[in-house]
Design a protein around this ligand. Structure first.
Ligand SMILES: NC(=O)c1ccc[n+]([C@@H]2O[C@H](COP(=O)([O-])OP(=O)(O)OC[C@H]3O[C@@H](n4cnc5c(N)ncnc54)[C@H](OP(=O)(O)O)[C@@H]3O)[C@@H](O)[C@H]2O)c1
Length: 275
């Protein structure tokens, strides 16, 4: 087990760190005493300590020497400042896992004085319930052991895939921003349920469980969505009527445009951070 006996430190204890932390604890991957979190907000640290029993500190340089794996989870704009701050205390056998959107492994490495294994990750918020999906890529110094550690962390809070770094903006556009697309679709479907006479709560549950169940069926059967769609579409039946309405309204093209627009924005934001 690549993580057994190791200690992990989150630099930045915000929304995403909280989601990953909760997932790791729920799966029993780390004991609370082997988890450290830093943040500038004492209120946030108190909340995390009270909720999860983890170690907390406002001092990044005090936490880094205590841990084997550091998860950089601050906003992209301040990753440089935090890395410069800890550059003097990192050790060559540590792994730095960065979830900062748009910050390349080369940039992360450039802030540190010592060559350090860096793994860049683009996660998403369903990690909170153990159903996240993350794409990972190694930096120039990261070996198979570092990737194994990082894959184990993100597989514990959902699924993880290794992809080349140049694909990270596309990952952001699809799965990073994806939960918002899914919530929008679920909100629309629950409105639709209300429109055809269902109570709001029941409509939302019916829609959400249908999305969850369909996704699970697809993943577990390793099936093709077109084939699975055909399975529930009888000639002259109800489903084909619904599908026809969706096709007429251009749902496929709309979703493709959404992912393309978010990918483009991710690239713009990343180049803004660099300049
Ligand atoms: N949320 C997502 O869906 C998502 C998805 C993929 C990747 N990410 C990435 O995950 C990272 C964190 O995002 P987030 O949504 O979790 O942001 P967030 O909620 O703002 O979390 C960042 C935390 O770091 C704290 N912080 C600020 N300066 C610090 C310092 N010098 N040392 C330690 N902690 C410090 C912040 O405190 P204050 O709030 O008091 O400033 C905040 O609590 C970002 O780089 C983002 O690109 C997020």
């Amino acid at each position: 087990m690549p993580l057994s006996g190791l200690k992990i430190g989150f630099l930045g204890g915000g929304a995403m760190a909280g989601a990953i932390l909760a997932g790791l604890l729920k799966k029993g991957i780390f004991l609370p005493e082997n988890i450290y979190i830093t943040d500038i907000s004492t209120a946030r640290l108190k909340y995390l300590q009270d909720s999860y029993g983890v170690n907390t500190s406002q001092d990044n340089t005090a936490v880094v020497p205590e841990v084997d794996i550091m998860v950089l989870a601050v906003k992209p704009q301040i990753t440089g400042a935090v890395l410069k701050e800890i550059a003097g205390v990192v050790k060559p056998d540590q792994t730095l896992v960065s979830i900062a959107a748009g910050i390349s492994t080369a940039m992360l490495e450039s802030y540190l004085n010592t060559p350090l294994a860096v793994v860049r990750v683009m996660p998403n918020t369903p990690a909170l319930v153990g159903e996240g999906v993350s794409a990972l890529c190694p930096g120039s110094q990261a070996g198979p052991g570092d990737m194994d550690r990082a894959m184990a962390i993100f597989n514990a809070v959902g699924r993880a895939v290794e992809l080349p770094e140049h694909m990270m903006d596309a990952v952001t556009g699809l799965s990073g921003s994806g939960p918002a697309y899914m919530f929008l679709i679920l909100e629309a479907l629950s409105d639709a349920g209300v429109k055809v006479g269902l109570p709001r709560d029941a409509a939302l549950l019916l829609a959400a469980q249908t999305m969850l169940g369909s996704a699970r069926m697809l993943i577990e059967a390793e099936g093709h969505p077109a084939k699975m769609k055909e399975m529930v579409t009888t000639p002259g039946g109800t489903t084909i009527e619904g599908l026809y309405a969706l096709e007429q309204a251009g749902l496929r093209g709309t979703l493709m445009k959404a992912v393309e627009a978010a990918t483009r924005r991710s690239r713009e934001l990343a180049s803004g951070i660099k300049s």
